[in-house]
Ligand binder design. Structure first.
Ligand SMILES: NC(=O)c1ccc[n+]([C@@H]2O[C@H](COP(=O)([O-])OP(=O)(O)OC[C@H]3O[C@@H](n4cnc5c(N)ncnc54)[C@H](O)[C@@H]3O)[C@@H](O)[C@H]2O)c1
Length: 365
């Protein structure tokens, strides 16, 4: 495992290996880029097969957070942490408090949050040892469940995508195929129905499907695999990653893909151009779902739900700008989003080079 070579590949600033014999903690914290501000990103707990897999994951995910924060207009950098272990059997107070002390030792260069395999409870343990944690329960003054703000952001990105594609952002009379009606998908269906769209929904969880068809009219349920064949204006993946792939792309009968799922393209380099060739407009996933990050970032300045929603409404303009840049430069929408993020980091990095005394730290525009 060549750690410095791996860090150099995507220009990571810092990687911290954390070991605690008493609790059995084995964690890696990766700080990718702090040009825009402190590195924020969740802590994932996973039984990685080996240390190299854990390192690769934390490096990849922390870099992704840099881009997500930059394109969302947040003054935050990208970071991530992984704890090597089984979340089903090894999640306990001592382990997360030991982890929290390592987060504290970075003195705010890295801010942690919940992710796959961790929980609100785990973050409460972390908070006993450090202030540099976000995504705390509403009852403790935190921002709580980010899903409603994420869904609102997806809805904004969808309106922008339709405006770009058809000239009208209206969802009235349109059909949207929603894959996964869990936390985000459910709230998305609510927005869509309020806006007059018809929804074709699916989920592998029968209860989730029952709830959404019971709570809303104008919602038709189909079998999980049938969602790829459903004729619709928009496909909104809100479940698992890599569902847009060699097998599903030829089946899609939609003009737009816009959903909350992270890493929805199985292979970005091949599948983004394949979608463009089929004239399917792809709203980049990490931009579409940035409402979740916007919500936890808001907590850092004292959570205000209205301000969080206001900021998430910017996702409309951000998405539209990505489409414009992609068209102007003849690149995919994913390349355009990356380009915009890189330009913002570069420009603000240069401004920050000038000495101005102590500027106020604001975490969002
Ligand atoms: N929750 C957030 O605020 C947030 C923020 C950013 C990104 N995301 C991403 O959005 C997606 C959805 O997040 P969530 O919080 O709603 O998760 P969730 O677990 O609450 O909901 C996902 C739903 O998808 C269903 N599902 C799983 N496999 C499926 C399949 N093959 N076909 C159909 N349905 C399937 C699950 O049963 C579940 O109901 C995830 O990829 C997540 O990473 C969520």
């Amino acid at each position: 495992m060549q750690v410095f070579d791996s860090m150099a590949r995507y220009d990571h600033e810092q990687v911290v290996f954390c070991h605690d014999e008493v609790t059995g903690l084995r964690a890696i914290i990766a700080v990718h880029d702090t040009t825009l501000g402190p590195a924020l990103g969740g802590c994932r707990m996973w039984p990685y097969a080996n240390e190299a897999d854990a390192l690769n994951d934390v490096l990849r995910l922390s870099r992704g957070m840099t881009y997500k924060a930059a394109v969302a207009g947040l003054n935050l950098g990208g970071g991530k942490a992984v704890i090597i272990g089984d979340p089903k059997t090894q999640k306990n107070e001592m382990l997360f408090r030991a982890y929290g002390r390592y987060v504290q030792s970075l003195d705010g260069r890295y801010i942690t949050a919940e992710d796959v395999g961790t929980s609100v409870q785990a973050m409460e343990w972390v908070r006993m040892e450090t202030d540099h944690v976000t995504g705390i329960a509403r009852s403790l003054g935190g921002s709580g469940d980010p899903s409603p703000v994420t869904a609102f952001g997806v809805f904004q990105a969808m309106k922008a995508s339709l405006k770009y594609k058809t000239g009208s952002e209206s969802l009235e009379g349109r059909t949207v195929a929603v894959q996964g009606v869990g936390h985000v998908g459910y709230h998305l269906v609510k927005h869509l129905r309020e806006a007059g769209a018809l929804c074709i929904v699916t989920d592998v969880d029968r209860d989730a499907l029952k709830k959404v068809t019971r709570d809303f009219t104008g919602v038709e349920a189909v079998a999980p695999d049938a969602i790829y064949d459903a004729p619709a204006d928009v496909f909104a993946p809100c479940a698992l990653g890599a569902v847009v792939n060699d097998e599903t792309i030829p089946r899609l009968k939609v003009g737009v893909i816009c959903g909350a799922t992270n890493n929805v393209l199985a292979d970005e380099d091949r599948h983004a151009p394949m979608l463009a060739a089929r004239d399917i407009t792809f709203a980049p996933d990490y931009v579409v779902n940035s409402g979740g990050l916007i919500n936890v970032a808001n907590e850092l300045e004292g959570y205000n739900p209205e301000r969080a929603l206001q900021h998430a409404a910017n996702i409309y303009d951000i998405t539209m700008n990505i489409f414009r840049v992609a068209a102007e430069q003849g690149i995919t929408t994913l390349q355009a989003a990356n380009h915009i993020a890189e330009q913002r980091i570069k420009a603000l990095g240069q401004i920050k080079d000038r000495y101005v005394g102590r500027p106020p730290a604001r975490l969002h525009r």
